[in-house]
Write a protein that binds this ligand. Sequence first.
Ligand code: ADP
Ligand code: MG
Length: 340
Amino acid sequence: EDVVNKIAAGEIIVAPVHALKELIENAVDAGATALEILVKEGGLKLLQITDNGHGIDVRLEHHKEDLPILCERFTTSKLKEFEDLNSIGTYGFRGEALASISHIAHLSVTTRTKESSCAWRAHYADGKLASPKPSQSAEPKPIAGRQGTQITVEDLFYNVPSRRKAFRSASEEYAKILDMVGRYAIHCSGVAFSCKKHGDSSTSISVSATAGSLERIKQIHGRAVANELVSFKAENDRWGFKCDALISSANYSSKRTTILLFINHRSVESQVIKKAVEQTYATFLPKGGRPFIYLSLEIEPQRVDVNVHPTKREVHFLNEDEIVSIICDEIRTSLGKVDT
Ligand code: ADP
Ligand code: MG
């Protein structure tokens, strides 16, 4: 079974950024207002994320969040019934992230809830509690620590040599990580984010909890684009549809499209949306410049395709054409209002 689990995990987590995305989402789900991310060798050596969220219950035997079973597949505190799996929408897969990571890396978790008098630390291998050193027990240990959770992922793909060999440069992997952290830092207003390379004195990304969306975009993508953004919103009761967006005006033109797409607060990709937005934008720009767009959509979860492969972030949803045309109408209206 271990080989099967290892292969399955390697399909879910293909690059360090996929592990990090899951860890960021977990921290945000835990109500964290501050996330600190530390990376070594593009995440292959170390990925560490520290949050100030509600922590994980350790002591309650009946509790699904129990540390001992944390890394067993389908351990999740976010589903009441297993049948809910059919309506989880963009969440894609449930209770599998930590389990998968534990099959292909050395994983340790330190966590403390508000009610607990101390923090607890546990190590995992292959979905189970493991001892950090052969002489030690695998039981979670009490230690000093603040409320929240720290997840440490070391030596990703240590037991999957073929995958490890596929990585040519740590800086390429780090660039993907920064891109993903930047996306969530822009989307999660009210949450402070920092990300840095191990050993560096300065952070690559640092936004405070109080920074607004425009300030966040300015810090991450620069003043030139932040100064040219136009906002628009749309709503439609029929599909529980809501849209909240910022798009560059036609004064801004880039060679490359930047699309920060969130559906139900998960970062996803949609070629259909990308193409439509580019086409609409191009009608305002005779020379065919490319837009910058932040697009946060809410759609009833059961309308979003859950059968998308987790590493292909490509997403589909019902009434896609209608929803896309609502978005494009809004883009035309808001760009049309801007003086160029
Ligand atoms: P899922 O997020 O789909 O539930 P995961 O494998 O990502 O599955 O996480 C398993 C469970 O571990 C979560 O449901 C949650 O209870 C707990 N958990 C993971 N990360 C955190 C965190 N940073 N803070 C609090 N709880 C966490
Ligand atoms: Mg998760």
